[in-house]
Design a protein around this ligand. Structure first.
Ligand code: ADP
Length: 634
C-alpha cells in the first residue's frame, strides 16, 4: 500500500505553529484558570458582602435601637429633680440645712435608677449635693464648670456628654438638665450612667460593635482594645481642645489605624485591622470586617457593627478554587475530547486510505490477472510455435545431416574416383598382362599378377564398404569404438592423408562411446578433413588426437597446427553453410552437422584456439559404461 505523501509531509511553518501552540497552551490554561478563580472569588465575595450587609442592616438597626433605648431611659431623670422642692431650696439657699437631705435623696434615687452618680451643681458649676456624698472621692464641693454638659445645661440646653470622670477616672455617660425656678435656671442636675452593660451584652452575643462619639472617639466597644481610640486622625488643635476639656481625662487617644479601608456605600465600608494572635501574642494577623455605621437618635454618636469577613473569604476562596478546578477539569475534558476526535479522524482517514489502497490493489490485481492471462495465452501460443519450429528444425537438421552426408560423398567422390580409378587402371593393366603371360605360359608371373589383383580388389571393396557405412543414416542409441572410428576415417581419407603428408599423433585409449559408430566416424572424418585443409600450406602438417576421461564422458581433442581461425570466422563457425573454402571445396555443413550429431548423443563439440597457433576441436561424448572411479569434473 502506498501512503499519501501529502499526509506525511508536514511543512515547516505547520511544525512551528504546532510547537508554538504546545508551548503557549499550558501557561494560557493556567492563566485562564487563575483568572476564572479570581473572578469567581470576587463575585462570590461581592455577593457574600451584599448578603452580609443586608443581614447586618437588620442587626445594626436592632442593636442601635438597644443602645438608643439604653441611653434614653435616663434622659428624664435629671429633669425629675426640678420637681423636688428640697433641691430648689438648696440651690437658692446653699447654706441651709437641706444639703444632707438632698444628698440622701440623690443617693436613694441613684440606687433605684442603677446609675453611677446623681449630683446637683449651682450655676457656678460647683457641686452642691451628690449621691456619692459618703465616698472618699465624692464630688461634693467640686467645681465642674469646665464640663461641657454643665455649660450646655446652664444655657438651658440638655447636656449629653461622654467622658472620663476627673475625680474617679471612671468613664461614664453624663446627662444634665438645667433646673429652673420661675423661668430662671438656678442650677444643673447631672446623672452619670455607665454603659458597660451594653459592652458585656455584645461580648456575650459575640457581637463586634462599637459606639463612637462626636469626636470620632470610640467610647463603647465589644473589644476593650479599641476603647478610647480615635477612628480618624486627630489634629493637634482637636487634641489640645480635648485635653483642656478633660473629656477623656489624660487618655492618650491613639488612632485605631485600620490597615485597609474600602468604602462600599453610605455608612458601609470594608475595614482591615491587625490583631494579635490568641495563641501566639507576638504574631499579628489581619482581620477584615464589614463595617456598617448608623447614627444613634438624639445623640451625636454613631453605632458601628463589625461583621468579620474571614468565613466569607474562606468560602469565596473555596468557590474560586472550585471554579478554577471546574475550569481546569472542563479544559482537560475538552482537550481530551479534541485529542480523541483527532485520533478518530486520523483512524478514519487511515481506514479510508487503506480501503482506497485495497480497492486500488484489487483493481490492479484484476488488471494484472487479465494481463497475465493474456501473456499466458501468448506464451502458450509461443510454446506451440516453438515446438512446431523445433520439430521443423529437427526435420531440417535430419535432412541437413543427410544432405551433409551427401555433400561429403559428393566432395569425396573425386578422391573415391581417384582411389578406385587407380586400382581399376592397375587391374586393367595387370589383367591384360596376365592374359599375355598365360598365353606365353609364364604361370608364376601370371599368378603373382593375380594375387596383386586380388589385393587391389580387396582394397576397392574396403573403400566402397566405408563409403556405404558413411552414407547410411545412423541410429541415436548405438555404441562406437573410438579406435575403430579413427581407423575408419584414416582409411577413408588415406589418399588425402598420404598426399598431404599430414602426420597423425594418436594419444588416446580405446573407449566404448554412447554414439552410433557411423556418426562418430562422420564427426571425426569432418574434423580430420578440416585439419587437412587448414594445414595444407604448413611445412610439417601435424594432427594430434588426444583423449582423456572426464567423469562419465570422454574428451577427445582434435588439434592441428594449421592456419587457425580468425576472429570473424570464429563468430560464424558453427553456422550452417558457413565456409571460407573457395569454390566447390566447402559446403559449410561439416561443423554444424558434427555438433548436432554430438549433441544428439548427449555430448558436445566446441572449439579452442591454442596460443601456440592452429585450432583445437574438443569432442565430448558420454561413455557407455562410466568408470567406477570417476575423475572429478574440472
Ligand atoms: P567446410 O569444411 O565445408 O567449409 P565446415 O563446417 O566443416 O565446412 O567448416 C566451416 C569453416 O570452418 C571452414 O570453412 C573453415 O574456415 C573453418 N574451419 C574448420 N575446421 C578448421 C580447422 N581445423 N582449422 C581452421 N579452420 C577451420
Amino acid at each position: 500500500m502506498k501512503c499519501n505523501p501529502a499526509l506525511l509531509r508536514l511543512t515547516k511553518p505547520a511544525v512551528k505553529s504546532r510547537l508554538l501552540r504546545q508551548l503557549l497552551i499550558p501557561p494560557l490554561i493556567i492563566l485562564l484558570m487563575l483568572g476564572f478563580g479570581v473572578v469567581a472569588y470576587l463575585i462570590s465575595e461581592n455577593n457574600g458582602i451584599r448578603t452580609l450587609s443586608e443581614n447586618g442592616e437588620r442587626q445594626l438597626e436592632l442593636h442601635a435601637r438597644t443602645v438608643e433605648s439604653e441611653i434614653s431611659k435616663y434622659t428624664y431623670l435629671p429633669s425629675l429633680l426640678e420637681l423636688e422642692g428640697s433641691v430648689s431650696k438648696l440651690l437658692l439657699q446653699p447654706d441651709g440645712a437641706d444639703r444632707q437631705f438632698v444628698n440622701e435623696y440623690l443617693e436613694g434615687m441613684k440606687r433605684r435608677s442603677r446609675s453611677r452618680a446623681i449630683y446637683i451643681l449651682d450655676t457656678s458649676g460647683r457641686v452642691q449635693a451628690t449621691s456619692n456624698w459618703r465616698d472618699a472621692d465624692s464630688f461634693l464641693g467640686e467645681d465642674l464648670s469646665f464640663r461641657p454638659y454643665f455649660q450646655d445645661a446652664v444655657r438651658g440646653k440638655p447636656g449629653r456628654f461622654y467622658g472620663i470622670g476627673s475625680t474617679t477616672g471612671e468613664a461614664g455617660y453624663y446627662l444634665s438638665h438645667g433646673l429652673e425656678e420661675h423661668g430662671k435656671i438656678i442650677g444643673v442636675a447631672v446623672i452619670k450612667v455607665r454603659l458597660d452593660t451594653l459592652e458585656e451584652r455584645w461580648q456575650r452575643a459575640r457581637l463586634e460593635a462599637f459606639v463612637s462619639d462626636e469626636n470620632g472617639i470610640i467610647i463603647l466597644s465589644s473589644d476593650p482594645e479599641r476603647r478610647l481610640k480615635s477612628l480618624q486622625p486627630l489634629t493637634p488643635q482637636v487634641k489640645e481642645r480635648l485635653a483642656r476639656s478633660l473629656q477623656y481625662y489624660w487618655w492618650p487617644l491613639n488612632e485605631l489605624q485600620p490597615l485597609a479601608r474600602e468604602p462600599l456605600g453610605d455608612g458601609v465600608e470594608k475595614l482591615t485591622f491587625a490583631v494579635n494572635s490568641e495563641t501566639e501574642p507576638t504574631e499579628q494577623k489581619d482581620v477584615t470586617y464589614l463595617s456598617q455605621t448608623r447614627r444613634l437618635a438624639d445623640t451625636p454618636w454613631n453605632f458601628t457593627l463589625l461583621t468579620p469577613l474571614q468565613d466569607l473569604r474562606r468560602e469565596s476562596m473555596v468557590q474560586g478554587a472550585l471554579v478554577a478546578f471546574a475550569f481546569a477539569l472542563l479544559t482537560i475534558l475538552g482537550i481530551a475530547w479534541n485529542e480523541r476526535r483527532k485520533v478518530l479522524a486520523t483512524r478514519l482517514a487511515a481506514r479510508e486510505a487503506l480501503e482506497e489502497a485495497n480497492s486500488q490493489l484489487e483493481r490492479r490485481i484484476t488488471e494484472r490477472t487479465v494481463d497475465l492471462r493474456a501473456s499466458n495465452e501468448r506464451l502458450k501460443g509461443q510454446i506451440r510455435e516453438r515446438r512446431h519450429a523445433e520439430q521443423t528444425l529437427r526435420q531440417a537438421q535430419d535432412e541437413l545431416v543427410q544432405a551433409g552426408k551427401l555433400a561429403a560423398i559428393g566432395q569425396m567422390s573425386t578422391s573415391i574416383a581417384h582411389e578406385l580409378n587407380q586400382p581399376l587402371a592397375a587391374l586393367r593393366t595387370l589383367s591384360g598382362n596376365t592374359v599375355r603371360f598365360l598365353e606365353r605360359g609364364a604361370i608364376d608371373v601370371a599368378s603373382t599378377n593375380l594375387r596383386t589383383m586380388n589385393e587391389l580388389i580387396d582394397r576397392m571393396g574396403r573403400i566402397t564398404a566405408s563409403l556405404r557405412s558413411f552414407a547410411r543414416r545412423g541410429d541415436d542409441g548405438g555404441q562406437a569404438s573410438l579406435c575403430k572410428a579413427v581407423d575408419a576415417c584414416q582409411q577413408l581419407l588415406a589418399a588425402r592423408l598420404a598426399s598431404s603428408g599430414l602426420r597423425v599423433h594418436r594419444d588416446f585409449d580405446e573407449q566404448r562411446l554412447a554414439i552410433d559408430q557411423t556418426r562418430l566416424e562422420q564427426i571425426l572424418a569432418n574434423l580430420i578433413s578440416n585439419a587437412l585443409d587448414a594445414t595444407r600450406d604448413q611445412e610439417r602438417p601435424t594432427l594430434w588426437l588426444e583423449g582423456e576421461l572426464l567423469g562419465d564422458k570422454y574428451r577427445l581433442q582434435v588439434r592441428d597446427n594449421g592456419h587457425g581461425i580468425d576472429d570473424e570466422t570464429r563468430k560464424h563457425l558453427f553456422e550452417p553453410f558457413f565456409t571460407t573454402k573457395p569454390g566447390e571445396q566447402g559446403l559449410g555443413l561439416g561443423l554444424t552437422l558434427s555438433a548436432s550429431l554430438a549433441a544428439a548423443a548427449k555430448g558436445s563439440l566446441n572449439v579452442e584456439h591454442p596460443v601456440a597457433g592452429g585450432s583445437a576441436f574438443v569432442l565430448l561424448l558420454p561413455l557407455v559404461t562410466p568408470p567406477t572411479d570417476t575423475a572429478p569434473l574440472p
